[in-house]
Design a protein around this ligand. Structure first.
Ligand SMILES: Cc1ncc(C[n+]2csc(CCOP(=O)(O)OP(=O)(O)O)c2C)c(N)n1
Ligand SMILES: [Mg+2]
Length: 545
């Protein structure tokens, strides 16, 4: 069979049922012939964001695959792969390459060379019979160890070559590593001896699907739990021990308990310094459990380290902690829960005027508050975007089910949210999938709303149009005043309608909830919807620095 047919057959055996792509690449035709649904985007970046969400929302049990052409396609895709690398997302990227006689000379874009620093695995296939081995390596890499993109570049003149038959390819598998038992014993001892431990859960808990073991350990220790943005929704945020999530902005409960804690236990997180992660206080005992040793002692010096899968780590720790406690409750639960309740109430009271504001233009906080109280949160997947919407949404959106919030911020490309929710909707069609973004963000990837319409992916986009890059106002006062450099413009509800979707512009506070209901109804009818809320240039967010 031909190289391209072999790729499609291998994807099929790997359980891939849709291929996200931008032409031209012969894998697209071969995949369609093999009954793999091909989904064509408007630009490569969005396609990668979709593939990214396929992997994230399924905890890597299904792998997002994206293919594109050599040269411009692979050049233009770079941002999407870099974003997935930054966020540690396991996707398989299949660029075509220039013909072999040109591929390794200037000026031809060489994916193997150029993508090395934003993938965990990159290779170039030089003859068709190497395709099965290369794909076996790529799929094994994305299913094992730290999740990150793997790339296989296939030169255009390799696709028509013959791959020997029969094709013996078997689907790859993922396996897990467990932490050193001695390290588990030590960590359990420190956690049981701690007076005010705090658990900080990252997205490793999502990939391990370790939501129950996390809850079990927290309840045994009677310890409060916060999450990173990537870990948001790993622990139910309506649980009495939940502090809410970290990020650039976060609830006061997170700040209060971290400052007053004695031991911080990070599970499935990197602790890497980021503008969009809580600063880890330095005078604490730190226990760090992560899959990847390169995280250990990276940004934060740690006292105890555990290397392994978050689920195996949590199960092992819960077992040891239980033995040490001998079935006796700690007797702290009510006091911890009460402290959380008090601090949270005080924090929310401060924000309530914005969350319930009747102002025109609308307060973005009011829109978020009304949205949260209108949709069925347990059956929703939501994501923020870069810009103020992230800092406005993440502290106040209370998640109740795992993977109902796709948080991000290791790198923060404006426009990531749309593709994420399109990918989420593909693998969770029964859920309401919503991206909340600003008018700068839509400028990056908004054209792909047309993809949502054309490919019948009925997401709901919540757009805050404040005719500005409000986030930049404090850092661009002179250019704003002299040249209006932070102004932007557009009618995005009209744009959504022009693309064949449902679009509505909302200006009145009383219209927020009815508009949300109409838009949700439209998504249930299979029509993507965009609600354009005309909002204030809000620059305040819940910061504790
Ligand atoms: C690709 C990319 N370029 C630049 C930035 C830097 N940046 C972050 S937020 C922002 C402006 C956000 O404006 P908008 O989306 O309208 O949200 P607002 O702050 O107005 O609510 C910019 C330029 C980025 N995050 N991503
Ligand atoms: Mg804006």
């Amino acid at each position: 069979m031909k190289g391209s047919t072999a790729v499609a057959e291998i994807l099929k055996r790997e359980g891939i049922d849709f291929l996200i792509a931008y032409p031209i690449n012969p894998i697209i035709e071969a995949a369609a012939q093999a009954n793999i649904r091909t989904i064509i985007v408007r630009q490569e970046r969005t396609g990668l964001h979709m593939a990214d969400a396929v992997s994230r929302v399924t905890s890597g049990r299904r792998i997002g695959v994206f293919t594109m052409q050599h040269g411009p396609g692979s050049e233009n895709a770079f941002g999407g792969v870099a974003q997935a690398y930054g966020e540690s997302v396991p996707i398989v990227v299949l660029p075509a390459g220039y013909p072999r006689r040109q591929i390794n000379i200037q000026p031809y874009f060489n994916s193997f060379l150029n993508y090395r620093n934003v993938t965990k695995w990159a290779e170039q296939v030089t003859c068709a019979d190497a395709i099965p081995d290369a794909l076996r390596r790529a799929f094994t890499q994305v299913k094992n160890g730290r999740p990150r993109p793997a790339l296989v570049e296939i030169p255009v003149d390799v696709f028509p070559e013959e791959v020997p038959e029969p094709l013996t390819y078997r689907a790859t598998f993922g396996t897990r590593t467990a932490p050193d038992p001695q390290a588990v014993t030590e960590a359990a001892r420190v956690l049981v001896e701690a007076e005010r431990p705090v658990i900080y859960a990252g997205q490793g808990v999502h990939y391990a699907r370790a939501w129950q073991p996390l809850r079990k350990l927290a309840e045994l220790l009677e310890a409060p739990v916060t999450t990173s943005l990537g870990g948001k929704s790993a622990f139910p945020e309506d649980h009495p021990l939940s502090l809410g999530s970290g990020g650039r902005s976060f609830p006061k409960t997170v700040h209060h308990f971290l400052q007053n804690g004695d031991v911080i236990f990070g599970i499935g997180c990197s602790f890497v310094t980021s503008h969009f992660a809580i600063p880890v206080p330095r005078n604490k005992v730190i226990i760090h459990a992560t899959l990847d040793p390169s995280d250990l002692n990276n940004s934060v010096p740690v006292d105890y380290g555990l290397i392994g899968d978050a689920g195996l780590t949590l199960e092992a720790l819960a077992g040891e902690v239980k033995d040490r406690l001998r079935g006796a409750p700690r007797g702290r639960r009510d006091q911890v829960a009460q402290e959380i309740k008090t601090v949270k109430a005080e924090w929310l009271a401060k924000w309530m005027p914005k969350l319930t504001s009747d102002a025109i233009p609308l307060s973005p906080y009011r829109v978020i508050w009304d949205l949260m109280h209108t949709v069925d949160r347990a059956n929703t997947i939501i994501t923020h975007d870069a810009g103020s919407p992230r800092d406005q949404l993440s502290p106040f959106w209370e998640t109740v089910t795992p993977l109902s919030y796709i948080g991000w911020g290791k790198t923060t490309q404006l426009g990531y949210g749309l593709g994420l929710m399109m990918g989420a909707k593909l693998v969770a069609p029964e859920k309401l999938c919503m991206n909340v973004w600003g008018d700068a963000a839509i400028g990056m990837t908004g054209m792909d709303f047309e993809t949502a319409v054309r490919e019948r992916i009925p997401i709901l986009s919540i757009l805050f149009n404040n005719f500005s890059m409000a986030m930049e106002l404090p850092v661009m006062p002179v250019s704003t005043e002299k040249y209006r450099s932070t102004d932007i413009s557009g009618n995005y509800a009209d744009m959504a309608r022009a693309f064949g979707g449902y679009g509505e512009r909302v200006t009145q506070p009383g219209e927020i909830i009815p508009a949300i209901k109409r838009a949700v109804q439209k998504t249930q009818e299979g029509v993507p919807a965009l609600l354009e809320f005309i909002t204030q240039k809000e620059t305040e967010s819940s910061l504790f620095r």
